[in-house]
Design a binder for this molecule. Structure first.
Ligand code: HEC
Ligand code: HEC
Length: 288
């Protein structure tokens, strides 16, 4: 009865020792075993490809802009590298590769220009892939990535100079006409005018309503400016007779609103200068 137990114990001890040996050699032994199986890439002969970077992070990307980056593709092998194609994963990514430079002798390199178009892209993180196909022995299909964090733009027409032509038509109407439909006075101003008139810091091309530039007019002058626009500028002609969206009544409601606004402003300024008393702070003349 004693013997089988001692054999069992001995067998277990051997097994345990084997396990311990296995574990202790694992970290070093395994690595050299793997290295032995695969030929190190440096000794591969033939065309090889290398990039200056494989992931480009644009960081913050403003909606409606098109940031660009340039990847460098380098031929680092012992044979001519032939680039077959560079295909983006999305129609929103454009790539530019000089077709005359698709064959690269060892040591030569070529630029791959990548442009991401963030027009109408939802805010948030994005990653797009560009697959570079070539005859490289170190990867016939290599993936480059562009990433970034898209944030909502305060600029509606960034990147392209807008023409006033057609501002009240087609898709332009959604922002420049629709919101004001059925509205009068302050609400109509908010919809049709404040889209362009406001804080210059928010890229508004037109002056703020409270500015002297807007207020220093008589009602009849406002009426004319709104109806006929300002020639050779981005102030459109709003009257229906110029194919604009506003009739006489709607324009009159705007003029009334601006007149009331001006009256209020004058009263506020008067109050301020009265309250300011003798101790002049120099603020009585500013418009706010
Ligand atoms: C998504 C809403 C939106 C759409 C659609 C839109 N606009 Fe605008 N537009 C704006 C805003 C907001 C401004 C004020 C400037 C800014 O924020 O870029 C503006 C300003 C303008 C300006 C003055 C630009 C300047 O800097 O002087 C013009 C001209 C213009 N739009 C024309 C158009 C035309 C033409 C279309 C159609 C092709 C159009 N817009 C479509 C929102 C829009
Ligand atoms: C597409 C953008 C746009 C829209 C929409 C727009 N404006 Fe303008 N507006 C301008 C620009 C730009 C100017 C400056 C023109 C210039 O160069 O003199 C201007 C000028 C004016 C002026 C003359 C004061 C000045 O600064 O020269 C008045 C008044 C005015 N706008 C009122 C309005 C009213 C009221 C509305 C709404 C019915 C409106 N605007 C809608 C762009 C716009």
């Amino acid at each position: 009865m004693k013997r089988p137990i001692s054999i069992l114990v001995a067998a277990f001890a051997l097994f345990a020792a084997f396990l311990a040996l296995e574990v202790s050699t694992d970290s070093i032994g395994m690595r050299s075993a793997v290295a032995g199986l695969f030929v190190p890439q440096d000794t591969l002969k033939g065309p090889k490809i290398e990039f200056n970077e494989e992931v480009h992070n644009f960081g913050k990307i403003e909606q409606n802009t098109s940031p660009t980056t340039t990847f460098m593709i380098k031929s680092v092998g012992t044979d001519t590298l032939e680039i077959v194609s560079a295909n983006p994963s999305c129609g929103c990514t454009a790539v530019l590769l000089d077709p005359a430079k698709k064959r690269l002798a060892p040591g030569q390199s070529v630029e791959l220009k990548v442009t991401f178009d963030a027009h109408n892209k939802a805010p948030g993180n994005m990653t797009k892939v560009i697959t570079v196909s070539s005859n490289a022995v170190n990867g016939a299909q290599r993936q480059l990535r562009i990433t970034g964090d898209i944030f909502k733009s305060t600029v509606a027409h960034a990147g392209s100079a807008m023409s006033i032509q057609g501002v009240f038509e087609g898709s332009c109407a959604s922002c420049h006409v629709e919101k004001g439909k059925g509205e009068l006075g302050a609400k109509l101003y908010e919809a049709d005018c404040a889209v362009c008139h406001g804080d210059a810091k928010e890229h508004k091309p037109g002056a703020d309503i409270a500015s002297d530039a807007m207020m220093n007019y008589e009602p009849s002058e406002w009426k004319k400016i709104i109806a006929d626009g300002v020639p050779n500028s981005n102030m459109p002609a709003f009257h229906t007779k110029h194919k604009g969206p506003l009739n006489d009544e709607e324009i009159a409601s705007l003029v009334d609103y601006m007149s009331a606004f001006k009256k209020n402003l004058m009263r506020e300024r008067q109050m301020k200068s009265l309250n300011g008393g003798g101790a002049s702070t120099g603020t009585s003349n500013t418009h706010k």
